[in-house]
Design a protein around this ligand. Sequence first.
Ligand SMILES: [Zn+2]
Ligand SMILES: [Zn+2]
Length: 116
Amino acid sequence: MADDPVNYEVCTDAALTAAVLSEYQNGHAQLDVRRVRRVLEATFTGTCPRCQHQFSDTDRRRGLIDRFLPGRVRALGRNPESSIKSILKCSCADAHPGRPTGKFGCGFNFSLRVDV
Ligand SMILES: [Zn+2]
Ligand SMILES: [Zn+2]
C-alpha cells in the first residue's frame, strides 16, 4: 500500500484489456454468464490490471436473448451467433482520487467476447 493511489479516469486500454483476457485465460479471473428471462448477464470477477484491486462487475444485455436463441435464429435461416460483446468496468470499492461520488472503481473499462 506504499504505492501512490491510481487516479480515477474513465479509460480503455488495449494492453490492459489483453491483461484482463490473459488473467481470465489463466484461470485467475472468472466470467459467469447467465440468462435471466430476456436478459443476458455476464459477471466478471478478477483483479483490475490498472489499479490491482479485486472487483466484480456485471453487464446486462436486455432484449438480446431472442437474437441468440438458436432455434429462432435457425428459423431465420442464419447460424446462431456464439458470442456477444460485453462491456465491463472496474468496480473496486477502494478509494481513487477524483472519483465522482457514488461511483466505484478506477474508471478502467473493457469489452470481452462472451459465449452464449
Ligand atoms: Zn481500484
Ligand atoms: Zn481498477
